[in-house]
Structures are given as C-alpha cells and as structure tokens.
Design a protein around this ligand. Structure first.
Ligand code: NDP
Ligand code: GDR
Length: 332
C-alpha cells in the first residue's frame, strides 16, 4: 500500500485528492493546521476510513514537518497548503510569503532528508497567478515556458516555491513536479472566492435570504475548471518516471461578468444587473487581468483531459448551493 501525505487536506483540493487516492488504495496522511473552530467540513465523510489518518501540521513549523516525514516515510507528498487568497495576501504579505516560501522549503528539506531511504515524490501546487499581468505570446494561452511576472505577494511567493522545487529537483535528483494550475472551482470552493460568492448569492437571492451582491472588478478573465478534474492531473504527474512541470487548464477563458450571467440566468433570476453592486474596496492593488492556459503538454504527456467547462461548473455550483439552502429550510 502506498502512503501519500497531503498538506492542506481540509481545503478544496485536499478533499478531492484524498478521495481520489483512497479510491486508488493509498493510505492518506492528511495534514491540517489547528483552528479555533472545527474546519473539517470537506473531509468529515472520510474520517471513518481506516486508511485516512489526520495529523496536525503547520507550514510554519519545520520540526513538525520533519517528524511527520520520518514517521510515515511517504511515497508521495502533495503540498497544497497555503494562504491561498490573492486579495488577502496584500493585507498579510509576511504571513502569506512565510507559509508558502518557508513551508515549501521545509517540506523539500524533509523529502531530501529521507531521499536515500525512500523514493519519495513531491508535488508543488504552483499557480497561474505566477504569470501575473503578462500577455501570452500565443493565442492558445500561457504554457510552461511563458515568462513569470507575478503582481501579488501570493504570486511572488508561489514563484519562489516553484523555483525552489525545480532547484531541489536539479540539485538533489528529487522527483519533484510543479502543477501550474489555472483557477479551479467546485461546490467545495471557499466562500470568498468570486465563483462561490456568486453561486451562493444567487441561491440566497432566489430564496429570499439576500437582496444584493457586491463585487469588485468584473472585467478580469479566468480559465475556470473543476477541482475534481484537476486533482487527477496532480496524481498523474507523480506517476511519471521523470518529474516535470505542467500547465493544467481548460483552454477557455471567461470574464467574471460572463460567469455572473451564466449563474443568474440558470437560477431564473434574469439579469444580474438588478442585484449586483460594485464596491471599490473589492478591487485589488494589482490585478491579473487575463488568464488562459495552454495545457497541451498535460494532455499529450499525462493523457489528462478536463471533463467540465465553465458552464457545467457554474451550474453544478449553483445547484449545490441551492440544495443546501433547501435542506436548511426543511430543517427549520
Ligand atoms: P484552499 O484555500 O481551499 O485550501 C488551502 C489549505 O491550506 C487549507 O486546508 C488551509 O487550512 C491550509 N493552510 C493555510 N495556511 C496554512 C498553514 N499555515 N499551515 C498549514 N495549512 C495551512 O485552497 P485550494 O484547495 O483551492 O488550493 C490548494 C493549493 O493550490 C493552494 O496552495 C493554492 O494556493 C493552490 N492553487 C489553487 C488554485 C485554485 O484555483 N483553487 C489554482 C492554483 C493553485 P484552513 O482551512 O485552516 O485555512
Ligand atoms: P484568483 O481568484 O484571485 O484568481 O485566485 P478569485 O476568485 O479570488 O478572483 C478571481 C477574479 O475575480 C475578481 N473579483 C473578485 N474576487 C473575489 N475574491 N471577490 C470579489 O468580490 C470579486 N469581485 C471581482 C478578482 O479581482 C479576480 O480578478 C484563485 C485562488 O484560488 C489562488 O489560490 C489561485 O492560485 C488562483 O486562483 C489561480
């Protein structure tokens, strides 16, 4: 039985990846940080599985990282933990950078320390935010060779972790791969990211629980896929004989405005303009205006294909939020 360690296991991607690996027969050691309120909603359904082990860990705690690595001698490590909100990273630049940079380095050092004893493979959650405000040279979008031009503390930190992962791969022969994932969402997406904020608001407006929705920049464009599809690509990267970096994206881009239209029309609410206001406080100090990913390499080398597009994603997120409201109404 293979053992995989997943940092940030209770996040959106951690929960889908855990399900995938458990289905494949892995023992999953999920790492979560201590929080003052319970934060295991996305993984509660896995707690009864005897192959699922939950441990406390924090990106900022190197000794804990090393201890867990020595205790479990994993076959695979997926580094998904991060303060992952771009706008928040402008408010918490030190905290965001420390976690992503130092946390990734701690993990790489721990993997290196068991290198002779174990063929341990490492996945780094790199991000399309690293392309920042640059413009793709090809109409197909950004690929693995596109220049990185990060414009937020979050993205700058992700570039550091990306390069450090490549550095450890070259210097020490560690099987370390970076997935440059474009935005991926799901019904489990955090409630402050724009897609989920929109689907929750539409469901609440439809059921009379909310009147308005305030947003920032509606013109930014994102290449949105489904998280369940994207964790499959992470796993495939670590099954290759050779470590490498891969862009994972749908190859389609849409504005926030288009996402809004899709959700509000699907909800039967008609034009979103009746409900949505613009709040200048929700604009960012620097914006990433346009993201489109060219995942040709992942498709050709990993045999990976996304199953969802923006439309099916938006609709499934809305249906899930509406179902949650309906079940709450029945309960009360
Ligand atoms: P989430 O924000 O849903 O999950 C992040 C996880 O990291 C949570 O479990 C969170 O714990 C944990 N975490 C945060 N800070 C610390 C810390 N100091 N120590 C330990 N754990 C911590 O993100 P996603 O699941 O969406 O993303 C997974 C990874 O992929 C992240 O690194 C993200 O930056 C990256 N990424 C995401 C993309 C996306 O579109 N979703 C695209 C590209 C990259 P808690 O619940 O307690 O906050
Ligand atoms: P992003 O996702 O910054 O791309 O990072 P987010 O959903 O936060 O923003 C997408 C775009 O929507 C605009 N926007 C708003 N965003 C939020 N959160 N709230 C609003 O009210 C709002 N109004 C407009 C933003 O300005 C932006 O242009 C996500 C995260 O998952 C990162 O961790 C990951 O690395 C990248 O995707 C790829």
């Amino acid at each position: 039985m293979k053992t995989a360690i997943i940092t940030g296991v209770n996040g959106q991607d951690g929960s889908y990846l855990s399900e995938l690996l458990l289905k494949k027969g892995y023992r999953v050691v999920g790492l979560k940080r201590r929080t003052s309120t319970i934060s295991t909603g996305r993984i509660d359904h896995l707690m009864g599985n005897e192959n699922f082990v939950l441990k406390y860990h924090d990106l900022h705690d190197a000794s804990c990282t090393q201890r867990i690595m020595d205790e479990f001698l994993p076959d695979e490590v997926y580094n998904l933990a991060a303060q992952s909100h771009v706008a928040v990273s402008f408010e918490l630049p030190d905290y965001t950078s420390d976690g992503i940079c130092r946390g990734t380095l701690n993990l790489l050092n721990a993997v290196r320390s068991i290198h002779g004893r174990k063929d341990c493979r490492f996945y780094q959650a790199s991000s399309s935010e690293m392309f920042g405000d640059s413009v793709p040279k090809s109409q197909a979008g950004f690929n693995e060779d596109s220049p990185l031009q990060p414009v937020s503390p979050y993205a700058v930190a992700k570039v550091y972790a990306h390069h450090m992962t490549q550095c450890y791969r070259k210097a020490y022969g560690i099987h370390a791969s970076c997935g440059i994932l474009f935005n991926h969402e799901s019904p489990r997406r955090g409630e402050t990211f724009v897609t989920r904020k929109i689907t929750m608001a539409a469901a609440r407006i439809k059921h009379g629980l909310q009147k308005n929705l305030f947003l920032g920049n509606l013109d930014a464009k994102r290449d949105w896929g489904h998280a369940a599809d994207y964790v499959e690509a992470m796993w495939r990267m670590l099954q290759r004989d050779t470590p490498d970096d891969y862009v994972v994206a749908t190859g389609r881009t849409h504005s926030i405005r288009e996402f809004l239209t899709e959700v509000f029309d699907y909800a039967g609410l008609g034009g979103w303009e009746k409900y949505v206001g613009i709040d200048s406080r929700l604009f960012r100090a620097n914006e990433v205006p346009y993201l489109l990913g060219d995942s040709t390499k992942a498709r050709e080398v990993l045999g990976w294909e996304p199953k969802h597009d923006m439309r099916s994603l938006a609709q499934s997120m809305f249906r899930s939020d509406e179902a949650m409201i309906r079940s709450a109404q029945v309960a009360y």
